[in-house]
Design a protein around this ligand. Structure first.
Ligand SMILES: [Zn+2]
Length: 306
């Protein structure tokens, strides 16, 4: 005798729930990070409980990331968005968010981590002048290269993940504590390695390093760009060359997305060295995690400043 159709349907539904249960139970939190530094911090906290989609690549200029067609879909499906704020993504993120229309990512919601909130930004212009540059009008947004700030951002990411995924709250909290311990331990070594170079001047292409310089006692205050986001001009470069000669500055930092040829031209005229560094994990070989990025930056600088 055959079962009535409702009974069959009921049995099928129970069977599908049981079959799908492992998948339902292990559904990951969808996290979108605008840039690889935020993604790297999220990985430390979320590990295998989250799926991360990173919008900008390590070699992109963070101020001008070219939107890809799948960016909107990833934002639409996201449970958490981590962005820098402070004007960092002002030129490219707002239109994507508008199209994605995902209320979970609204500012103030637990799913939105604006990394700059709660951070004391450096170099906030007192008035908007050409010198404050097109891309740093709210203050300098390149703060994650300071390990103490990175810890604060990681803690905010942990809080967000705990709020959107309460069953795994203890897991996220434990991972944050592990990250905090790693950074505290390494910070001693990083400080020690750069201590003898305190007060030393280094030139950079773009003003990406004030937080790193402040943390480790370096002076990175002269830039090949006349103002953040403005391409180097011949008149500005000749001023830079004069200052470098006057103060015997022998190092120029360039990042992968900047025009290395300009830095090399200045280096030839000042007998300086150009060194390639990145503010993003993955921007240089062997820097897949946050700690390995800072490790490499510190080692590289200590080696060339000897
Ligand atoms: Zn910048």
């Amino acid at each position: 005798m055959s079962s009535p159709p409702q009974k069959v349907l009921f049995r099928y539904s129970i069977a599908s729930i049981l079959l799908l249960w492992p998948l339902i139970a292990q559904a990951k939190v969808n996290v979108v990070a605008t840039l690889p530094d935020f993604a790297s911090l999220a990985r430390e906290i979320g590990k295998d409980k989250i799926e991360i989609f990173v919008l900008g690549k390590p070699n992109d200029d963070p101020h001008f990331v070219d939107p890809h067609p799948n960016f909107v879909a990833s934002l639409r499906n996201a449970d958490v968005l981590i962005d820098g704020g402070a004007g960092l993504e002002l030129g490219w993120l707002p239109p994507l968010l508008q199209k994605a229309h995902n209320p979970k990512l609204d500012i103030g919601e637990p799913g939105r981590v604006q990394a700059s909130q709660g951070i004391r930004l450096m170099n906030i212009p007192t008035s908007v002048t050409p010198a404050s540059g097109e891309v740093h009008r709210s203050g300098n947004p390149h703060f994650t290269v300071d390990p103490l700030i990175a810890k604060a951002v990681a803690q905010r990411i942990a809080k967000s993940l705990m709020a959107v995924d309460p069953p795994n709250a203890a897991f996220y909290d434990t991972n944050y504590k592990k990250f905090e311990t790693t950074i505290n331990t390494k910070l001693q070594w990083w400080r020690g390695a750069l201590q003898q170079f305190k007060g030393q001047h280094v030139v950079a292409y773009h003003d990406s390093w004030p937080y790193f310089a402040h943390r480790f006692g370096l002076k990175i205050e002269i830039f090949l760009e006349p103002s953040p986001g403005t391409p180097p001009s011949p008149s500005h470069l000749s001023e830079v060359i004069q200052k470098m000669k006057r103060d015997h500055i022998k190092l120029i930092l360039v990042e992968p997305y900047q025009d290395r040829r300009i830095a090399e031209k200045v280096a030839r005229l000042t007998e300086a060295k150009v060194i390639e560094v990145s503010q993003f994990p993955g921007g240089m070989p062997g820097t897949d995690s946050y700690a390995s990025l800072i490790n490499q930056l510190v080692k590289h600088l200590a080696d060339v400043m000897k």
